[in-house]
Design a protein around this ligand. Structure first.
Ligand SMILES: [Zn+2]
Length: 355
């Protein structure tokens, strides 16, 4: 009874008998009101027929609004959960010792002092080399001729494999052939090249400065495709502090580890021609593609880690970070949060290489 009265009050019905109904709450008048109203199927409130939705939707405006708000809250909760998950992964990343990145990224030293050792080896004034980087303001006036710095210190902490004592005694390679003075004038560019897993990482990697960062995503690319594409991507006129390569997933479909290793070796020969510092990103796990493929990926990654160290390349090891939830529905590509995390990891490395 009360509800009916309220609904009549809310109405703009010009029918005078409704107003009379409010004042008198007379049963017989109620009967006449019911003829003119409709009820919301959710809250049961009654409204004049003139307010009925055109589509025949018998839910009132308030109930529709509540439903829309509930939906928005649900979406926001999902978004918050996603962001929280990314943050926890980021915290996890930051807690990992930056083994393969800082230590072996540049082949000839850590990121903190990347170019100093090159300069020493070449007997040049390293201030010229590092023009544009932060280190250039505090050059070592008389760099020692014998370097005692162990560039694998960080690596040995987190790596159970035998320490690379051979590499420590090895002189820096002669791959940096351009004169430091030329380097200073060259444009510094970091290139990230690889297969379709790079899709979606462009924004986090390039956003800070798209002029010095480039992502070359070659959908369906195998290792050989990257080897071939490099000559089109690398400009001899630019200086490359780092070339980050993520490829191999498509190659593992055949589970032919020997061929994969062979292709990586050929790629290694090719990238050395460019004189860039090279980092290989480990192959991400796949899901639902059989134990053979999973075993192949593990084997290749283990080999890649050793090979990168032998060759003086960096190795960005994602380990088993990308598992359930971070892999997409096809079991090969990444989910939305997986892409965000992957992009963040690559962008982090690129940032360190450029700073
Ligand atoms: Zn309602």
């Amino acid at each position: 009874m009360v509800m009916k009265t309220r609904s009549a009050c809310a109405s703009t019905s010009p029918v005078s008998s409704t107003c009379a109904c409010i004042q008198t709450e007379n049963l017989s008048m109620d009967a006449s009101t019911q003829v003119l109203v409709w009820s919301c199927c959710i809250c049961g409130l009654q409204f004049p027929l003139s307010d009925l939705q055109a589509g025949g939707d018998n839910r009132c405006e308030r109930c529709l609004l509540v439903e829309s708000l509930r939906q928005q809250v649900g979406e926001l909760q999902e978004e918050v959960a996603r962001l929280r998950s990314i943050r926890s992964h980021e915290e996890f990343l930051d807690s990992i010792p930056v083994e393969s990145t800082e230590v072996t990224v540049l082949g000839c030293g850590t990121v903190d002092q990347p170019l100093m050792e090159e300069a020493v080896v070449q007997g040049e004034n390293w201030q010229l080399v590092t023009s544009g980087s932060r280190q250039c303001s505090t050059p070592a006036p008389n760099p020692p001729t014998v370097l005692l710095h162990n560039r694998y210190t960080l690596l040995s902490a987190g790596d159970k494999e035998s320490p690379p004592t051979v590499e420590e005694t090895r002189p820096c390679t002669t791959k940096v052939e351009q004169s430091p003075a030329t380097t200073a004038r060259r444009k510094r560019r970091v290139v990230v090249v690889g297969d379709s897993l790079l899709r979606g990482t462009e924004a986090p990697i390039c956003r800070p400065d798209s002029s010095s960062r480039e992502v070359c995503c070659l959908p369906g690319a195998r290792i050989r495709d990257v080897t071939e594409a490099l000559s089109r991507i690398i400009r001899p006129s630019d200086y490359y502090p780092m070339l980050l390569i993520h490829v191999g997933t498509n190659d593992t479909a055949r589970c032919d580890t020997e061929r994969i290793k062979c292709d990586y070796r050929a790629l290694g020969v090719r990238v050395k021609e460019f004189g860039a510092q090279v980092v290989f990103s480990s192959i991400l796990p796949v899901k639902g593609r059989g134990p053979g493929r999973e075993r192949c990926i593990l084997e290749v990654n283990a080999w890649l880690r050793r090979w990168c160290r032998q060759e003086g390349f960096g190795f960005l090891d994602h380990g088993v970070l990308f598992q359930e939830g971070l892999l997409g529905g096809d079991g090969v590509h990444l989910s939305r949060s997986g892409k965000a995390l992957f992009g963040h990891r690559l962008a982090n490395l690129v940032r360190r290489a450029l700073n």
